[in-house]
Write a protein that binds this ligand. Structure first.
Ligand code: C2E
Ligand code: MG
Ligand code: MG
Length: 719
């Protein structure tokens, strides 16, 4: 002990006694101050507190007891106050104790002994001070801990309970203390406590037991950390238990699990969990010798919904589509639907969303592979009903591919790949249908990939060219306009039809550049005819996808300006599909194009499902009757009725009507009689190279009379 740090106040009315006391204490290393009486002592202490006070009992004025009482009240319970009493004066000792003295020394004082006595007292005082500091610290620590804190014995009996907030306790402390976890908690939570206590009994501490409680504040998750408390031998083991509120962590874990296993939009399992599940079912099917089918479903034209109606509408439609698929799958085809509050491994699922607008279904226990096709067709049917969004009907169809275990694959990944391949085949077979996988399809995919690659290079390699098909004006028998049609001569495969490569160009995004090239070439050719004194109009086909690229009207305007072709000599052909699928964006683009002066023709009319009232709001100048009606004209009453209806409507709206695919004089005759404005078809000319157009334009057809040219100029090179 370093006595110099400690200050002693010696209080005695006897100056001699004070001096002796000071000499002894200073020698022992204490800093000593003196007071000659009770009041002096109090004044000095108040001015500068000492670490110990030695008080003579018997003093005039305030006596030792009074000073002792006052100091105890002011300095607190720890300050060592030593009373110096008369020898064997037991009554004084007792009185001193009652007044709050810490110890007593009796006179005459044995100085050597007294110094040691004081040292002992100081050590005790210091220990008390340390204890007080550590208690204060513990208290602060406890206050800072966000966890509920308990003391329990090995039987799970609550000994102490405290929580930073009362709502973290399973019950008020008085309802817990003295009872066991088994008596006060639900079984699972009690079990978590018991396990944690026994873990700590063996290892000294245990961490990580979790349980859930239904508290007034809501469902709350806790995690326990337990440490064994030191107790005397033979005493029952005791434990300090911290219960941490981990509800937030649990919720985010659950969310992550859901994201990992489920698609958040539809609540359906995602690709990974679906594949896991399929693999498990395959293992089962292998043992039982049963079949299993995967259906891969892709919504047709869904991208347009997103592009034009926005993602919120797209999301809504995906949810509805998922619901319809559920409804379309008979309960016997599948297992139960995903439950909320799931445990991923414990789930049965049958329908999944793979991402975007792609879904898959697994059908179990198939008796016959054909049943998969029946189910697929039912799903396709359920998608066909229009979705109604904000009072507007949105038509969607789906393309479905089917792969069967074991015929088409013996693991989930292969089956899914093959179902995907079959789905692509369905897309290429005109969408809105279902196809089963067969080995040939894989070859087809490879072929298509090759096609995509060479298509990308084809523009640079100048493998494209345009041909033009005349449109004969019925009134004059003359060619007033021509339609530009794209041709691709592949270096190895020769001529490839637009029906084959245009969808690929759309799919690969090449259509944007290709479409612009067509427009530039057609305008340049037409401008050249104009320069030669042939004011022909040129019709250019636009893909629906070109309308999804912003800036289409500006692009057309620039191309026209560069070529010098008057805008009213350009007719843009759009299909019904393009107009219907892409409503808002397409409408705006068409209005802008029309405002620039270009004409707008509605191509292949009659094949889509356009609502007429809707079309009247579009700036359409010309309707092209699809060739299937022209083809049926002379032998199907229905075709004739449709053509008449189209003509009546178009005339009413002030539109011109062109008939496509006119192959016979009989058709031409009938169409003229019904009031068509212009005719296009092999009867007059196949599509020909640009150079052949001027010669054809010099001809005059007698439309009603077998369409033979009236003059004797030879038609141009037929292409
Ligand atoms: P479309 O716009 O309806 O073009 C008319 C198609 O009918 C052309 O086929 C033409 O050769 C064919 N055709 C013309 N007269 C007759 C006839 O009397 N009988 C029969 N059976 N067919 C006739 P093509 O050139 O194979 O083009 C097919 C489709 O490809 C076009 O249909 C058009 O939708 C698309 N297409 C062609 N060129 C382009 C283009 O530059 N851009 C875009 N986006 N699509 C194009
Ligand atoms: Mg066309
Ligand atoms: Mg057409």
């Amino acid at each position: 002990m370093n006595g110099a740090r400690f200050k002693i106040l010696v209080v005695d009315d006897d100056a001699g006694a004070r001096l002796v006391m000071r000499a002894a204490m200073s020698k022992a290393g204490f800093a000593v101050r003196m007071a000659a009486g009770g009041q002096d002592a109090l004044d000095q202490f108040r001015a500068e507190p000492a670490d110990m006070v030695m008080l003579d009992v018997d003093m005039p004025g305030l006596d030792g007891y009074q000073v002792c009482t006052a100091l105890r009240a002011e300095a607190g319970p720890l300050l060592p106050i030593v009373m110096v009493t008369g020898m064997d004066d037991l009554a004084s000792v007792e009185t001193a104790y009652l007044h709050g003295a810490t110890d007593f020394i009796s006179k005459p004082v044995n100085w050597a002994l007294m110094v040691h006595r004081v040292k002992y007292l100081f050590r005790g005082y210091q220990a008390l001070l340390d204890l007080q500091a550590s208690e204060a610290r513990n208290k602060a620590i406890l206050a800072a801990i966000p966890d509920a804190l308990f003391e329990l014995d090995i039987d799970g009996c609550w000994i102490e309970c405290r929580a930073p907030r009362a709502d973290l306790l399973p019950a008020p402390p008085q309802a817990l203390l003295g009872r066991t976890v088994g008596e006060t908690l639900p079984p699972a939570a009690a079990q978590a406590f018991t396990t944690a206590l026994h873990g700590a009994l063996e290892q000294g501490s245990s961490v990580g037991e979790q349980f859930e409680l239904e508290l007034p504040r809501g469902r709350t998750w806790f995690e326990l950390s337990v440490s064994r408390k030191a107790v005397g031998s033979g005493q029952k083991p005791l434990f300090i238990v911290l219960a941490r509120d981990i509800t937030e962590r649990k919720q985010s874990e659950e969310k992550i699990a859901r994201l990992a296993y489920f698609d958040s939009l539809t609540g359906l399992p995602n690709r990974q969990s679906f594949l896991d599940r399929v693999d498990r079912e395959i293992a089962r099917a292998e043992r039982s010798g049963k079949r299993l089918a995967l259906l891969y479903l892709d919504l047709d034209g869904f991208k347009n919904i997103n592009d034009t109606l926005g993602h919120a509408a797209g999301d809504l439609i995906l949810k509805w589509a998922a619901d319809r698929l559920w409804d379309g799958l008979r309960p016997s085809d599948l297992l139960s639907r995903v439950q909320v509050g799931f445990r991923p491994d414990a789930l049965d699922f049958d329908l999944a969303r793979l991402g975007g607008d792609e879904f898959t279904a697994m059908l179990l226990g198939l008796e016959h592979p054909n049943s998969a096709m029946t189910v697929a067709q039912r799903l396709g049917e359920s998608m066909r009903r229009p979705f109604v969004l904000d009072g507007r009907e949105i038509a969607l169809t789906s393309s479905i591919g089917i792969a069967i275990y074991p015929e088409d694959g013996t693991d989930a990944a292969t089956l899914l790949k093959h179902a995907d391949t079959a789905m692509y085949h369905a897309k290429n077979s005109g969408r809105d249908n279902a196809q089963s996988y067969n080995v040939g399809l894989t070859d087809e995919i490879v072929r298509r990939l090759e096609l995509d690659t060479s298509l990308r290079a084809a523009l640079e390699r100048r493998e494209f060219h345009l041909v033009y098909q005349p449109q004969v004006d019925v009134a004059s028998g003359r060619i007033r306009s021509v339609e530009a049609l794209l041709r691709w001569i592949h270096p190895l495969r020769g001529s490839i039809a637009p029906a084959e490569f245009i969808p690929r160009a759309e799919e690969t995004g090449l259509i944007e550049r290709l479409g612009q090239w067509v427009l530039e070439t057609a305008c340049a050719d037409a401008a050249r005819w104009h320069a030669q004194g042939l004011p022909l109009k040129v019709a250019v086909n636009l893909s629906p996808l070109q309308f999804t690229v912003p800036g289409l009207p500006e692009m057309v305007r620039d191309v026209l300006a560069r070529s010098g072709l008057p805008p009213q000599s350009l007719e843009l052909e759009v299909t019904e599909g393009a107009v219907m699928e892409n409503t808002a964006a397409t409408h705006a683009a068409l209005q802008a194009l029309r405002a620039q002066g270009a004409l707008i023709a509605l191509d292949d009319f009659g094949t889509g499902y356009s609502s007429l009232s809707y079309l009247t709001r579009m700036p359409i100048t010309n309707i092209k009757i699809d060739r299937c009606f022209v083809h049926g004209l002379l032998h199907e009453e229905e075709s004739e009725a449709i053509i008449r209806a189209i003509l009546a409507m178009a005339k009413g709206l002030g539109m011109r009507v062109t008939a496509e695919g006119v192959e016979t004089g009989g058709q031409a005759d009938a169409l003229r009689a019904m009031g068509c404005d212009s005719l296009q078809g092999f009867l007059f000319s196949r599509p020909v190279l640009a150079d052949a157009i001027p010669a054809l334009a010099g001809l005059e057809w007698r439309v009603a009379d077998g369409a033979a040219p009236a003059s004797d100029v030879e038609p141009g090179t037929v292409h």
